[in-house]
Design a protein around this ligand. Structure first.
Ligand SMILES: [Zn+2]
Length: 207
């Protein structure tokens, strides 16, 4: 079944964007595809394999009853949302989030429309790569992202910031391993500090 609001990003990798009308679909698809292609082949393969396996697990668990899923043809789900999701950390979670089948239902990439729409391509690519890093670390069962050990990792306070170990791992993967330069993204953060703080406050109020 083809969803008219679904746009292929990279068909061969099973990557589709589910459009809710909150951003320029063509532009988002282009930047996501460029970001994905810039990743090492092994990383892409590990993610695709993990998504396939978790989909098979789910179908198995629900005995093929797909009514449980939000469109199981498009897995992982990738969307640009008006709702900010404030996870357990700072600004990056306000801008975007990734939840994994291992922890919360189906794999879901969620990007906040304000961030997507006001970022230049380079900053957006960095943000997308960061969420993909979370997905990859999940896929390879890295201790920073594995359910059993995650709780045991210590949170380090640095000035006003809490350094969360899984965020630190994702950042290192994005920058050191994959070579994305966070400068454009940092710059966007500095220029939008007020909007981000406001968003974070609103998101926590809606919890
Ligand atoms: Zn993160």
């Amino acid at each position: 079944m083809k969803d008219k609001n679904t746009y292929p990003i990279i068909k061969t990798s099973g990557l589709y964007y589910t459009h809710n009308g909150h951003t320029d679909a063509a532009r988002f698809v282009r930047v996501f595809a460029e970001t994905w292609r810039a990743l090492p082949f092994d990383a892409r393969r590990a993610m695709v394999q993990h998504w396939r396996e978790s989909k098979a697990d789910f179908l198995n668990r629900f005995k093929g009853d797909t009514s449980y899923f939000e469109n199981p043809a498009y897995w992982p789900r990738i969307e640009v949302s008006r709702r900010r999701t404030l996870n357990d950390d700072g600004t990056a979670a306000v801008q975007a989030s990734y939840t994994d089948a291992r922890h919360n239902g189906w794999p879901l990439f969620k990007f906040w429309h304000f961030a997507v729409n006001s970022m230049r391509d380079k900053a957006l690519a960095y943000l997308i790569a960061h969420e993909l890093a979370h997905s990859y670390l999940n896929a390879i069962d890295d201790p920073s992202h594995s359910g059993e050990t995650r709780q045991e990792w210590e949170t380090v306070e640095e000035g006003d910031y809490l350094i969360l170990p899984w965020e630190e791992e994702a950042r290192q993967m994005t920058e050191s391993e994959w070579g994305f330069d966070g400068e454009a993204w940092e710059q966007w953060n500095n220029e939008n500090r007020e909007a981000l703080n406001r968003a974070a406050k609103e998101a926590s109020r809606n919890e």
